[in-house]
Design a protein around this ligand. Structure first.
Ligand SMILES: [Zn+2]
Length: 139
């Protein structure tokens, strides 16, 4: 699934990604995942990205110079939610500024799931509601 990252939906007044429904050389047609409002955006190939990306990023901590740099394989959902897949716990980080390869940990909000080592379809996870996630992973 393709998305346009970091958009503002002026129907439901939310910062979100938009889901690309189609595009041509002039326009990207996309809809809000929260309220289904439809948008006709100016076409720019660089605006389109994948809902789920696998990437190696480098964590830094600007406020903690001793931290240095830490390379980590992550899954990126909807442009700015990083999932560290290490061990039995998954750390989700919401990045609040735009980034390419370097992510400042001091600029992220954190959410952690313990005992969450199941095989997961990330496309499903990116679109699932919280209740669907609870039902799927409750043991
Ligand atoms: Zn909306």
């Amino acid at each position: 699934m393709e998305i346009v990252k970091n958009e503002y939906c002026n129907e439901c007044k939310s910062y979100t990604h938009l889901i690309v429904t189609s595009f041509n050389s002039d326009s990207i047609f996309a809809k809000c995942p929260l309220c289904s409002a439809e948008f006709d955006l100016i076409y720019d190939e660089g605006r389109i990205s994948q809902l789920v990306e696998h990437k190696e990023i480098i964590y830094t901590a600007v406020n903690d110079p001793d931290f240095g740099e830490s390379k980590q394989k992550v899954v990126i959902l909807a442009g700015n939610i990083l999932i560290d897949l290490s061990g039995d716990s998954w750390v989700f980080r919401v990045v609040h500024k735009s980034f390419t390869n370097y992510v400042d940990l001091d600029d992220c909000s954190r959410f952690e799931l313990i005992d969450f080592d199941a095989n997961v379809d990330f496309e499903w996870l990116a679109k699932a509601s919280f209740l669907e996630v609870v039902r799927r992973f409750a043991k």
